[in-house]
Design a protein around this ligand. Sequence first.
Ligand SMILES: *Cc1c(COP(=O)(O)O)cnc(C)c1O
Length: 358
Amino acid sequence: MTASTPQPRANVGNIPAYVPGKPPVPRADFTTYKLSSNENPYPPLSGVVEAAMGVVGQMNRYPDMGCTALYAALAERFDVPVEDLSAATGSVALIYQILQSFCDPGDEVVYAWRSFEAYPIAVTAAAATSVQVPVTATGEHDLGAMAEAITDKTKVVIVCTPNNPTGPAVTQTALLEFLAKVPSRVLVVVDEAYVEFVRMDDAVDGLAVYRDFDNVVVTRTFSKAYGLANFRVGYAVARAPIAGALRAVSLPFGVSGVAQAAAIASLAAEEQLLQRVDSLVGERDRVLAGVRAAGWEIPEPQGNFVWFTLGDRTGDFAAAADEVGIVVRPFAGEGVRASIGEPEANDRLIDLAGSFPH
Ligand SMILES: *Cc1c(COP(=O)(O)O)cnc(C)c1O
């Protein structure tokens, strides 16, 4: 039967909703904090604000569509050819572009679950098929099972390291073992949104992997460590034919001029920014120690967030957090992700972990 109204493709109705981290409700009695979106709690660096302000007066003009200066800065910073780069409005947009340019309807995309909630959204939007491989009890990727999940229909595999929301990162040894098992026709995305926060032995070196493998694309973002979440800018690094495919499907003029300017200034201010990351890692260690001392078994956090496995008490924990003025990100029936924030917010999280029955 022919419908009498315009019908979106069937997959569109199946796209899960993205649940954004809630903002805190302001309270008269004390400051409330947002620990629900893995944002950087620091205000922007002055040089970055000035660089962005310098472009605000040109808002009547389209931005540089070729992101020329940004590509030049990234190419120099990471010693990669400009042809191997693709910038986009956040690395979420890169995931969309990867799926749009590599998947036909029904093609399979393998990734760990639970992992980044944008993956099933992007896969469904591309009319591709999600193959979710459960993370281990300690929130780690089961790379052996992921390799076994690859079929003739698999086009893309996503490795999220560190894994959002559970926290652990993959080792370079494990990633190389995995890549040796993946057919060369399958594109492997290494999502390094939190790479700057990783402090472990044998950490993944995404750029080394990109250099050694024709079928790897590394995605990174200015949203987390660099504190530019609002401006929407991320980049992919891959061999030129792959990066070129991503640029081909990108929205014209997607990355705004302010975002380009702020990203370039952030790379220039990298030392200062990464000192802040060091402080956040120090706070993460403090939270981890406090929470573990309170008796919680939580997965090894390598990003700017920690994960509490709570099952059906997830909502209670999130409500208790609201009570003490910190907003966390509940995943119904599974657990809670809490971002590392201001020291006061982290103190409250540690106190809450101590008082919440577990
Ligand atoms: C936050 C995040 C991203 C990037 O988000 P953008 O703001 O779109 O750059 C990508 N992957 C993971 C796993 C994330 O947590």
